[in-house]
Design a protein around this ligand. Sequence first.
Ligand code: FDA
Length: 301
Amino acid sequence: MITRNFFLFLSQNKFVKTKATKWGPKLGAKSVIAGETIDEAMKTVRKLNERGLTCTVDHLGEFVYNREEAIESAEYCIRTLDAIAETGVDCNLSLKLTQLGLDVDRNLCRDNMMRILETAEKHGNFVRIDMEDYSHLDATLELLHELRRRFDNVGTAIQAYLYRADKDLRELKGTNIRLIKGAYKESPEVAYQKQAEVDRNYFNIIKTHLLNGSYAAIATHDHQIIDQVKAFAKENGISKDQFEFQMLYGFRSELQNEIAKEGYKMRVYVPFGEDWYGYFMRRLAERPQNVTFAIKGLLSK
Ligand code: FDA
């Protein structure tokens, strides 16, 4: 727990971020981040596609503080969607609303999302809104519901550590939702603190969404949950077309291959870009063993 809190603290620490950024590749970030440019990301996606894996790319960047940055970020998402279409890779887009100006001006953020979704629609593609910390939850869900009135190629993620996960999910019946345990540090007022409670709620919300007939993207590296989901789907006659598994790039690659070979859709979340710091620190917080990435990076030439 101390390690988790430590890395979550670092993930938001601007001073350390500035210092650490130039150490990125040395810290081992390279093994979990697919390069800095759209081109590099597309190359990684192509390689993953060749292994039978589908992908979602995320241009790393969080907490935009002005209009120009938010618009620039939206333009980058649009260029990424265009590149996916041009290269013909099997991949959709994940993004964060704070990147698009959620904290600056909600109307601006909505306009940015509209442009991105129009581009995705033109290319027949889908956009996933990552879920950020609790302070952004209501605004994210409100915007999603608004966007869903016009677009059906957009979904978000629901975090099982939140007490309200089940209620939020039921209101999203019929929407393609990524189901996750949750990556941020949240207070006991809003979130389960014990792993066993989070795991229990996680499997419960997966069942809810599947039994609702909705499409579920089950994003976890937890093989026990994955096995439970496979068994549950079989027992309840839920087709493999109604769900997919998702894992992060660079994590449990062997398991990713196995799942794909069994005929399940397996999507890899491929982050890229220069702003890797917050993402990398959250991964270290989740699993102290991931620190080996960092140590290996530091020791290698
Ligand atoms: P967890 O970390 O609880 O591990 C459970 C068990 O699985 C471990 O005890 C171990 O046995 C095994 N295991 C896990 N990782 C392993 C590894 N690398 N090697 C070997 N065994 C391993 N969060 C969020 O708040 N908003 C979001 O939008 C997203 N989006 C997202 C997309 C995708 C594709 C993924 C995979 C995850 C996210 N997350 C997220 C992060 C998510 O909320 C969660 O923090 C992490 O996935 C960690 O939880 P897990 O379910 O993977 O298992």
